[in-house]
Ligand binder design. Structure first.
Ligand SMILES: O=C(O)c1ccccc1N[C@@H]1O[C@H](COP(=O)(O)O)[C@@H](O)[C@H]1O
Length: 278
């Protein structure tokens, strides 16, 4: 009997096309993986070269807040000097108190130049509503005994960043940062007010800046309290803060800002920073 010719299985072109497509995809993936790997190592090499320059983020920018502004001239001097923040005081007993509507008028000049900060002390919701509505601050400074819960409440209510003030006189006072970490957007360290003072801030009193030298570099804060043109060099050298805040040090009398003193303060800051950079 003649052998029945063996029939070859039909060619499955779909299978061949699929296998070729898979192979092509694999080759393309391989190619991109190799390129991606090279780019990643190049970027890593670049960053490790730059790392020493990133080691001290505080060596770069310095925010400067001029606080307790009440006049166009003082505000103009603060902006001309390069203030990053301008502060308005909403504490009735302060000689720097300003009406929210007037602060709202003044702050217009600062738009796109400096952040406008509303300084409040254990203010009620009603007063804060008025301040936020009339002045439209970029940030709230809480200079009273506000709790972390109150901070969270205010952040949710107004959608604004909050700066919590902590009075400092000894290293142990820095422990009070803890409950506010992750809630406060920034801290402001001020001296404790003298006994009997009606003002929680704006007293022109400094604390020992060396206390801040060992602070974790991740803590963002403003150094405040008794700063002036004569001592700012020492303050920057001893604490190396990311930001500074000044009020009575640029006044000719309580609540009276002096544009010439504001200019002099900025000059002193620049001189101190140039000396340190040299
Ligand atoms: O300045 C005030 O009158 C004031 C009132 C209530 C709360 C805070 C106040 N001022 C803040 O304190 C700092 C430090 O002031 P200084 O430089 O020691 O005079 C000031 O910048 C305000 O943030």
């Amino acid at each position: 009997m003649p052998a029945t010719p063996r029939r070859l299985p039909p060619i499955n072109y779909d299978q061949i096309r699929t296998a070729a497509a898979i192979e092509r995809r694999r080759a393309i993936d391989e190619f991109y993986r190799a390129i991606y790997g090279r780019i990643r190592s190049a970027v890593r090499r670049l960053f490790s070269t730059l790392l020493p320059f990133r080691a001290n983020p505080r060596a770069m920018a310095l925010d400067i807040k001029i606080c307790g502004l009440k006049t166009d001239k003082a505000l103009a001097a603060a902006l001309a000097g390069g203030a990053s923040h301008v502060g308005f005081i909403f504490f009735a007993k302060s000689p720097r108190f300003i009406d929210p509507l007037e602060a709202g008028r003044l702050r217009e000049a600062a738009i796109a130049k400096a952040k406008a900060v509303a300084v409040t002390v254990d203010a009620s919701d009603a007063f804060l509503d008025e301040i936020v509505g009339k002045m439209r601050p970029d940030m709230l400074q809480l200079h009273g005994s506000e709790t972390p819960e109150r901070l969270a409440e205010l952040k949710a209510r107004y959608g604004l960043p909050v700066m919590k003030v902590l009075p400092i006189s000894e290293a142990a006072d820095l422990e009070r940062i803890r409950p506010f970490v992750g809630i406060a957007d920034r801290f402001l360290f001020d001296a404790k007010p003298p006994k009997g003072s009606e003002l929680p801030g704006g007293n022109g009193i400094a604390f020992d800046w060396r206390i801040l030298a060992g602070l974790d570099a991740g803590v963002d804060y403003m150094l405040s309290g008794g700063l002036n043109a004569a001592n700012i060099g020492d303050a920057l050298r001893l604490a190396n803060p990311p930001a500074i805040d000044i009020s009575s040090g640029v006044e000719s009398a309580p609540g009276v800002k002096d544009p010439a003193l504001i200019e002099q303060f900025f000059r002193a800051v620049r001189a101190a920073r140039n000396t340190r950079a040299a």
